[in-house]
Ligand binder design. Structure first.
Ligand code: C2E
Ligand code: MG
Ligand code: MG
Length: 578
């Protein structure tokens, strides 16, 4: 029953209005003056107010003005009753927020129609309002619970869903496998191809992952390139392992993005819930620790969590503070990855690769901490330290008789953009008294394309110093031949994702072959990175790569280990074809 408030000082009119409205099934309240009317409106919040204009003390206009000021009464439909209304009166009332005017005398039909119109209008506004609130709530829920890039649940929603799954699994005495999936080298793709390209890749990965799960399984994006999966239909160790292998295989298939074929591998960490545990955070951290263990194994594999893996709080803020102190505490170390001449099987050089031995977490991959060092401005001092350390160490090997040993040092884009880069390098090589012809600086294409003119100036300065320049990770970025022709590069390093696929994928094999031929025609030396198997070695030899770098010969080594390898004289069996 709709509640109508009648405010009218004329007793006869008020009584007849009450009678009429009661007969029409309205719940009527009435007031004999403006003051009481205002009071009742605020207390009883009627669905509609009918109010006389001319009343002693508080007139209709004043009542309306007061009502419109209060949030609770501001939208109550308001109909004025007046004996004679000029256009100016009507405008005044409408300006104050009146919804209609009835001029006395009015018929019953006129009154009921005016009331019905206002009630209908209000109902539709309210409906609209409810829909809008519902929509806003939905949007808010989405923002709180989902990742807006991939539309997958986010970490906080994962926690909530995982809690429910763990409750059910406890009742059924089952374990729940949680998989943490990270893409290998994603930050490199992001910096080589740009963040929006990286976003497209993440979306495509999310789509593929969605296709792999069953209805009740959960899949979420944790942050960056980390995804999580909760499996609800399998819990046996061997079944989960089989599934992880399948996932690795599915992600390994090339992604077609903006006309590029992108190859990406994943590292998967797996944690199984304990039968009576509902510690969600520790389960997530365990899967995360296992994923980093998989990355430290070289990526492209899965690891089950075990108690020897250190669960690190990978809160970026904690990691940032840790990295700052790592520099002071000397937790950073340079490793040396042998480079072998494919003509004679001998070590001709090494790539200096940074390692961080975290006191709690063990060895952290540069793929994890270099982007962090870049973002907090630590990469410049760290990069200089790597260059100085690698030159000093290589100088020692030169003095031991390995006097032609080359050393390759990676340069980050941030270092490259330092205004005094060449001056700094000149200073370091002169302090160490290092032969610049034996120093190679590795740059990726993304660094070059940012400012090709400036790059040319810097390259010329480096060449004047006698330093060699190599293009790193060729095949993962723009793979632009123009830059290769225009800039004085000496070496081209084919990325390991290409090498990894040459033995399986004929198209890749053809591309690699023509990249090597093209590099040779531009007088560039070719290094193939990531050679892990005899088969891959046979391929890179057949395609006439000059140098190989890969786990088949050796993993990156400490200075002491590398020294032993040099003096011990380990050779790669000669190229099968050459
Ligand atoms: P990168 O310059 O392309 O270095 C080659 C990476 O491939 C190294 O990983 C190396 O260990 C790995 N690799 C080489 N052969 C194989 C193989 O056969 N199998 C597998 N699975 N991996 C192989 P690492 O040491 O993890 O370095 C990753 C990236 O971190 C480097 O990629 C480089 O971009 C960056 N980085 C490393 N040290 C430094 C540094 O001192 N400064 C800068 N700016 N970046 C660095
Ligand atoms: Mg490199
Ligand atoms: Mg590389």
């Amino acid at each position: 029953m709709k509640k109508v408030l009648v405010i009218e000082d004329d007793n006869i009119i008020r009584t007849s209005l009450i009678k009429l409205l009661n007969n029409e099934d309205f719940d009527v309240i009435d007031a004999e003056n403006g003051q009481i009317g205002l009071q009742l409106a605020k207390e009883r919040l009627p669905d509609l107010i009918i109010c006389d204009v001319m009343m002693p003390e508080l007139d209709g206009y004043q009542v309306l003005k007061e009502l419109r000021r209060e949030p609770l009464t501001a939208t109550i439909p308001f109909i004025f009753l007046t004996s004679k209304a000029t256009k100016a009166d009507i405008r005044k009332g409408m300006n104050l927020g009146a919804d209609d005017y009835l001029t006395k005398p009015f018929t019953k039909t006129e009154l009921l129609q005016a009331i019905a119109t206002q009630i209908r209008k209000r109902a539709s506004i309210q409906e609209h309002y409810i829909t809008a609130i519902g929509q806003a709530q939905k949007t808010l829920n989405f923002l709180i619970n989902y990742d807006s890039l991939t539309n997958l649940p986010n970490l906080s929603f994962l926690r909530e869903q995982l809690r429910q799954v763990l409750d059910l699994s406890r009742q059924a005495h089952q374990q729940v496998p949680l998989l943490c999936i990270g893409l290998d080298g994603f930050s490199r793709i992001n910096s080589n191809m740009g963040a929006s390209f990286g976003d497209l890749l993440l979306k495509a990965v999310a789509e593929r992952l969605k296709d792999c799960v069953c209805d009740n399984d959960i899949i979420a994006r944790l942050n960056g390139d980390r995804f999580a999966m909760v499996l609800t239909t399998i819990d046996r160790h061997q079944d989960v392992a089989k599934f992880a292998n399948l996932l690795l295989d599915i992600i390994r298939q090339p992604f077609a993005i903006e006309g590029y074929q992108i190859f990406v591998n994943a590292s998967i960490g797996i944690a199984l819930s304990l039968p009576n545990s509902n510690n969600i955070n520790s389960l997530i951290k365990q899967a995360d620790a296992a994923m980093y263990a998989a990355k430290n194994q070289g990526g492209n594999n899965y690891q089950f969590y075990n108690y020897e893996m250190k669960v690190l709080d990978y809160d970026p803020l904690v990691l940032e503070a840790d990295l700052r102190s790592a520099v002071e505490q000397e937790e950073l170390q340079v490793y040396y990855h042998p480079q072998v001449d494919l003509q004679n099987g001998k070590i001709v050089g090494a790539e200096a690769l940074l390692r961080w031995h975290h006191p709690q977490a063990g060895s952290i991959s540069p793929a994890t901490f270099i982007p962090l060092a870049e973002s907090i401005g630590l990469i410049v001092p760290i990069g200089e330290w790597v260059l100085r350390t690698a030159c000093l160490q290589t100088k020692v090997w030169h003095q031991l008789g390995f006097d032609n040993l080359q050393i390759a040092v990676n340069l980050s884009g941030y270092q490259f953009n330092q205004p005094n880069l060449c001056e700094k390098i000149r200073q370091i090589i002169s302090e160490v008294d290092f032969d610049p012809r034996l120093l190679e600086l590795e740059l990726t294409e993304s660094i070059i394309v940012q400012n090709p003119k400036m790059t040319k100036v810097i390259f010329n300065e480096l060449k004047e110093l006698g330093i060699q320049i190599s293009i790193d990770d060729f095949g993962t970025g723009y793979s632009s031949l123009t830059y290769l022709q225009q800039l004085p590069f000496d070496i081209l390093k084919i990325d390991q994702s290409f090498v990894r696929n040459i033995s399986q994928d004929e198209k890749n094999a053809t591309i690699t072959k023509s990249v090597i031929q093209m590099a040779h025609s531009l007088n560039l030396k070719v290094v193939c990175e990531g050679v892990e198997t005899e088969e891959e070695l046979a391929f890179v030899c057949e395609y006439k790569s000059d140098i190989m770098q890969g786990y088949l010969f050796s993993k990156p080594l400490t200075a002491t280990e590398f020294g032993k390898l040099l003096t011990g004289g380990k050779d790669l069996p000669k190229c099968p074809v050459k």
